[in-house]
Design a protein around this ligand. Structure first.
Ligand code: ATP
Length: 143
């Protein structure tokens, strides 16, 4: 993606990629993402940068001054030459999150945790499912 040059405000070319494809591929003014060292805010002219992302909320400030918000899994963020890549296993737009599904997933995870007993593999899987569901509910504003 090319970046805008000229008299206008500088922009970022932003791609949010999952294994299923790009969920966002457009220009933006700012990217805010949950790095493992704390939230990072990326503006145009940022120096080359790479960060590990933890599960959380990734926000993109768009050219029309609206914001698009994603529930994102762990992954990476890279910045180079006004291009930002957010590479994550899962990303769901906040306004497209299926809240009933996430609530059901949370209940299933709690039940699986209660049933896991000494089964470490089952417990880790249930904890992971629980965190995904909690994050979706958080980002959807329903927790
Ligand atoms: P669930 O137990 O509800 O399936 P999960 O975390 O196991 O949750 P996956 O089955 O791994 O989810 O996800 C399959 C696809 O569905 C992914 O693209 C993921 O982003 C999406 N997805 C999962 N849960 C939701 C949700 N509550 N709302 C919108 N998209 C979701």
């Amino acid at each position: 993606m090319s970046t805008a040059i000229g008299t206008e405000r500088k922009r970022l070319g932003v791609r949010v990629l999952t294994p299923e494809g790009a969920v966002f591929d457009d220009l933006a003014y700012m990217v805010i993402a949950p790095s493992v060292r704390g939230e990072v805010g990326i503006l145009p002219r940022h120096t080359p940068f790479i960060a590990f992302l933890k599960m959380g909320e990734t926000r993109l400030k768009l050219l029309d001054d609206t914001e698009v918000v994603y529930a994102t899994s762990e992954g990476y963020l890279s910045v180079e030459d006004d291009r930002v890549l957010v590479l994550v296993e899962q990303a769901e737009r906040a306004d497209e999150i299926d809240v009933a599904r996430a609530q059901a997933a949370l209940q299933r995870a709690d039940q699986a945790l209660a049933d896991a007993g000494d089964d470490d593999v089952a417990r880790v899987a249930a904890e992971s499912a629980r965190r995904r569901a909690e994050n979706r509910l958080n980002v959807a504003g329903k927790l």
